[in-house]
Design a protein around this ligand. Structure first.
Ligand SMILES: NC(=O)c1ccc[n+]([C@@H]2O[C@H](COP(=O)([O-])OP(=O)(O)OC[C@H]3O[C@@H](n4cnc5c(N)ncnc54)[C@H](O)[C@@H]3O)[C@@H](O)[C@H]2O)c1
Length: 364
């Protein structure tokens, strides 16, 4: 099997998890270089992890190392431009969330995918827990019946000091609050499991942090299959919990966790366990879970490279989630119920996820 050369762009906090993810795939991935605009930071990062190439200039890295794929770990507002430069230089891209600032930027990235024949995937690592993909297959078969009700809560806590980092808390650089920056992972996993969304009604507020973006958002969602759900994204919740719940005709799947769920975190409740013994056994037959989620996504990504196949968090799948977040903000800022497919060119929310003039509910 081919070993793919990779480079990490941006050597801050999350880059450490990407190194770990690469090291979980030693037979598939060779981490040959890293880049940061801060020369000392990238030097220390490379020395710490034994990465041979330390760079501060992207063109030089791409030219000299010719990586097969890059992992973009910079602040959010740089993701689309960096992805486009890397695709045009001939590399596949695995880009940290949010992979773009708007649907407009997403369309630009996807146009360059078409131009180059290469793919840019979003780091939506929650989809890659072994149990999530296990349940996805069973849900798609219809074995649990139709999905009816869902809950998707990312209740996290980020103190005031967290927002001292200059790019955080601003529309122009972080691109949103806990909706765009934290709950995006669980919402992506939720949409993946529930199926296509139909419309969303939402509110956002800035209740306690001294930031431009929201510190809490709440949404009501209807799915094309008729299911209904609630979503909360918060950075104001001292007892942190990530909680996902899907109620089907035949049973409930739920998982309370923090950053990464593991197989034993899941609770499975069937309406009639005696009559559904076989289903219960299938649901509980989890595959092994030896990887962390970023490592598991990298494994899946290089398998897609082997097959020249579109990664499952790129293209229309990435669009489904980014469009949902855009619709959530549009609903919050306009008071409208926003339907899937309705935000196109000419709509201010197509160009900017918060529209042109976000009138946020602020209580401070
Ligand atoms: N998937 C997850 O679970 C997860 C968790 C945390 C952060 N993130 C995402 O990862 C990204 C980075 O977050 P972080 O917390 O690591 O940020 P950070 O501020 O710790 O690191 C960002 C790094 O990028 C560097 N940088 C800035 N501009 C650059 C450029 N033009 N080229 C190269 N490097 C540049 C900075 O110097 C810094 O070292 C964000 O998009 C964030 O939302 C994802």
């Amino acid at each position: 099997m081919k070993i793919y050369k990779t480079a990490i762009i941006g050597t801050g906090l999350i880059a450490n998890a990407h190194v770990k993810g690469c090291r979980m795939n030693p037979e598939r991935v060779s981490l040959v270089a890293a880049l940061d605009v801060d020369a000392n930071k990238v030097k220390d990062f490379c020395a710490n992890y034994g990465i041979p190439g330390a760079y501060t200039d992207l063109d030089e890295l791409l030219e000299k190392e010719k990586p097969d794929f890059v992992q973009i770990c910079t602040p959010p507002h740089l993701h689309a431009e960096l992805s486009i430069r890397c695709l045009r230089a001939g590399t596949w891209v695995l880009c940290q969330k949010p992979m773009c600032a708007s649907l407009n930027e997403l369309d630009r990235v996807q146009a360059v995918e078409e131009e180059t024949g290469l793919y840019c995937a979003s780091n939506f690592q929650n989809r890659f827990g072994a149990s999530c993909r296990h349940f996805k297959g069973i849900i798609e078969e219809g074995a649990l019946g139709r999905p009816l009700v869902g809950i998707c809560n990312t209740l996290w806590y980020r103190d005031h000091a967290y927002y001292d980092v200059p790019w955080r808390g601003k529309w122009s650089t972080e691109l949103g609050g806990p909706t765009m920056g934290h709950g995006i992972h669980l919402m992506d996993m939720f949409l993946y499991l529930m199926g296509p969304w139909e419309d969303v009604t939402a509110q956002v507020g800035t209740l306690d942090r001294n930031i431009e973006v929201e510190d809490v958002s709440m949404a009501l969602v209807r799915f094309r299959n008729g299911a209904m759900a609630t979503i909360i994204n918060s950075v104001l919740s001292p007892r942190e919990e990530t909680y996902l719940r899907l109620d089907f005709q035949k049973g409930t799947l739920e998982v309370p966790f923090h950053y990464e769920y593991i197989n034993r975190d899941w609770r499975i409740t069937l309406v009639d366990p005696c009559a559904n013994k076989e289903l219960a056994q299938r649901l509980r037959s989890f595959p092994d879970n030896n990887f962390n989620h970023i490592g598991s996504q990298i494994k899946s990504f290089v398998e897609d490279m082997d097959n020249n196949a579109r990664p499952i968090t790129s293209g229309q799948a990435a669009r489904e989630t980014i469009e949902f977040l855009t619709a959530l903000y549009k609903s919050a800022f306009t008071g409208e119920r926003v339907t899937s497919g309705s935000i196109g060119k000419g709509d201010p929310f197509y160009d900017k996820i918060c529209g042109m003039d976000p009138r946020i509910h602020t209580v401070r």
